[in-house]
Design a protein around this ligand. Structure first.
Ligand code: SF4
Length: 471
């Protein structure tokens, strides 16, 4: 019997290395016991490292399995390590796992993990503590091991405030530069009241609309994570008194289904567009004066089946000459960041909000100029038609011009980055443009901002994984 001890509940890399070595040495799943450090001090581990290297043996598993395992391993079930190793063992034998009951279990685990992450994003409320130096603290009791997965989202969303998310399992901290993880704490150690608390309760009372409270989707067990928990019940009771207890059935407004990109008038009008026909049509566009000085229309690139659409500002000098988006230094930086975030560029459709290069000549150099609002507006038709043709799960707008083109209005980046925006049924994230990172003069600031950019793309990657699992 091999007893494998992993460093923590979320030690995916440890599981992956051990599982690979066990499988290469033909160790059957029934001969392996998986434990986590601190849980099984009674056992003396005999790790996979004791096994020979098996340097000539090899096998590959689909990337989708790796993604599934990465999410399912965060489930609270003690069975997950063994279940995933059973699946790996069968995959190694090239078995078709489509009808495998363990695959159904692993998928259910991954879905539960993503649902829990959604809840955490929706329910974490920070309290301000500290008299001299403000620090923001939130208490949350997750059902699964999702704190490390969710921490980059909060770091990106609340990048300029130091915070800690405390849980019984582990705690995540952000100091404005980096995330750190420490062991969990007891709820009694959490600061319970602060000056934000009362403000939030007053704000919540003024917003409270019983018709919008989905009692079945917000189990009362979760209320304890919210500062408004002490007032939800009195507010509900008041509402029920006023409406003879019938408000939920009679007044609950039926939520309108969000309009999907394919349902918009633009989408219906251009239902037969493909990226190829659009590119050909846009080559002769004269809807604004930018075509006059530019070499050519630089249309979007990527598969029509892409689930992620990246929208930049406008082509630069190199893109104008090549006729392709993001081929210059900013494109190289984008490639690197996408790779670090786990997003393959070949699966992404990349385009610009404005399709012609705007510049002023300075000797032999063509100096980039920011497109004007009328130019962004004139070019928006192409973005809308690309969107309707591709129907991506998510659009990421890179920089202020892209955000204006995608959302149809001026949208400050710092206030909105990392936040999922629903725009006419399309999910949108905004972040900075990679050329902004290239322009930063200070190397330290550049490295820090680059990491924030990668973290934003990781949020996109995580949303896409959730969409794939939901599908
Ligand atoms: S920038 Fe856009 S709207 Fe203006 S000419 Fe080029 S493709 Fe047409």
């Amino acid at each position: 019997m091999h007893i494998i001890m992993l460093d923590s509940d979320t030690d995916f890399e440890g599981w992956r290395k051990a599982a690979r070595r066990l499988a290469l040495n033909d160790v059957k799943p029934s001969d392996v016991t998986w434990t986590v450090r601190g849980e099984a001090e009674l056992f003396s581990p005999s790790g996979a490292n004791d096994l020979p290297d098996a340097p000539h043996a090899t096998f590959n598993v689909p990337a989708t399995f790796v993604e599934l395992a990465r999410a399912a391993i965060l489930h609270q079930s003690g069975e997950r390590f063994a279940l995933l190793y059973r699946l790996l063992w069968r995959l190694r034998g090239h078995h078709d796992l489509a009808d495998d009951p363990d695959i159904a279990k692993a998928n259910a685990m991954a879905r539960a993990v993503y649902r829990e992450m959604d809840r955490m994003i929706a329910q974490v409320r920070f309290r301000e503590i500290g008299r001299e130096k403000a620090h923001y603290v939130a208490w949350f009791e997750p059902e699964h091991h999702i704190v490390e997965l969710a921490a980059p989202f909060f770091a990106s969303r609340f990048s300029d405030m130091p915070w800690s998310i405390l849980t019984p399992d582990v705690c995540a901290h952000w100091d404005g530069h980096a995330i750190s993880i420490t062991s969990g704490i007891d709820k009694s150690e959490v600061p319970s009241e602060d000056r934000l608390e009362e403000t939030w309760r007053r704000h919540y009372s003024s917003l409270f609309n019983p018709a919008r409270l989905k009692v079945t989707e917000a189990p009362q067990a979760y209320w304890r994570n919210l500062p408004e928990d002490s007032i939800i019940r009195p507010l509900l009771e008041d509402a029920m008194r006023m409406t003879s207890g019938a408000f939920i059935a009679s007044k609950a407004a039926k939520p309108q289904a969000p309009q999907k990109p394919q349902d918009t008038p633009m989408a219906r009008k251009h239902a037969h567009d493909t990226i190829a026909t659009l590119r050909a049509e846009a080559a002769d566009c004269r809807a604004c004066p930018l075509w006059k000085d530019a070499t050519q229309t630089v249309f979007g690139q990527g598969p029509q089946s892409a689930t992620l659409m990246l929208v930049g500002e406008q082509p630069g000098d190199k893109e104008d000459l090549a006729g392709k988006p993001f081929v210059g230094p900013a494109g190289l930086m984008l490639d690197r960041a996408l790779e670090e975030a786990g997003i393959g560029r070949t699966k992404v459709y990349i385009t610009n909000a404005v399709k012609h290069f705007k510049f002023v000549p300075r000797g032999k150099i063509r100096l980039h100029q920011k497109p004007s609002t009328p130019e962004i507006r004139a070019c928006r038709q192409w973005y809308e038609r690309e969107l309707a043709a591709i129907k991506p799960e998510l659009v990421v707008a890179l920089g202020a011009t892209a955000a204006q083109g995608v959302l149809g209005k001026i949208t400050p980046i710092n206030k909105n980055r990392g936040r999922l925006i629903d725009h006419d049924g399309t999910k949108v994230l905004v972040t900075v443009h990679p050329s902004y990172l290239l322009r930063l003069p200070d190397e330290e600031a550049k490295a820090k901002e680059y990491q924030r950019f990668v973290d934003d793309l990781k949020i996109a990657a995580s949303l896409l994984r959730r969409a794939a699992h939901a599908a």
